[in-house]
Design a protein around this ligand. Sequence first.
Ligand SMILES: CC(C)(COP(=O)(O)OP(=O)(O)OC[C@H]1O[C@@H](n2cnc3c(N)ncnc32)[C@H](O)[C@@H]1OP(=O)(O)O)[C@@H](O)C(=O)NCCC(=O)NCCS
Length: 233
Amino acid sequence: MSERRPLSVESSVERAEPGTLQRVVRDLRVGRETAGTRELVSRVARGLAGRVYRRERYLVIEQRIDELIEARVPEGVRVSAFADEWDAVAPLLTSAVRRQFELRARSGRACLLAWRGDRVIGYTWMSTRIDPSIEGLPLALPDSAAYLWDLFVIRRERSAGIGTALTGARLAWTREAGFDLGWRAISPSNRPSARTAEKTGAVRVLGEIQALTRFGNSTYREQPFENRPLLTV
Ligand SMILES: CC(C)(COP(=O)(O)OP(=O)(O)OC[C@H]1O[C@@H](n2cnc3c(N)ncnc32)[C@H](O)[C@@H]1OP(=O)(O)O)[C@@H](O)C(=O)NCCC(=O)NCCS
């Protein structure tokens, strides 16, 4: 005769999908340790509400590779190309972000890591073409530009120049890959992100994109400041 287990939230979640509870608990811990409680709460709230309705604005900016300001890498930190160091990067990744990383790596996108000793403390991604299901925006990236995106530094290492060092390193990567321009999409309210651009070279604002997501479907509006499209839709 089979033994009966008492009913509990935990056992019913585990029955519904093995490992779900452990994954949620781990994701919350990773989010709190890497981004901090306030950023985690706002991310979760935005994620939940964003499934129903989300409105976002981005400034599309361009940096010319021949107008760069060299960024200093802080002492004790090194920046290197991601070479499948999955174990080292794992402590920074929630399960959803890990799936995104795997898709990007499989799809040939390039990533840089910032290290302190043997610990990864930040990362960023570079793309030479746009697939909106990967890069998240249907940008009309010109052939002469690389798209430089998803810049992240763990909270306790911020304001020490690591975000700027990663930004400088990905612009150097852009130059070495033979591109003339780096494109970014920055939320106008993200001052730290905008500063990493301003501190690494001349910035030209190409225009603004508004993204509206309703029940999982996104629509986009663009307001180019010059006579150049920003979107492919
Ligand atoms: C954006 C981010 C990568 C910057 O990393 P960082 O290591 O702190 O960057 P730096 O130390 O090079 O600092 C960049 C500038 O932002 C400023 N800054 C950092 N934190 C700030 C804050 N909370 N509020 C206002 N300015 C801030 C720094 O003072 C510096 O400007 P300054 O040189 O004029 O003083 C980091 O804040 C982050 O990971 N944020 C969450 C993810 C994100 O928003 N990514 C960008 C969009 S993809």
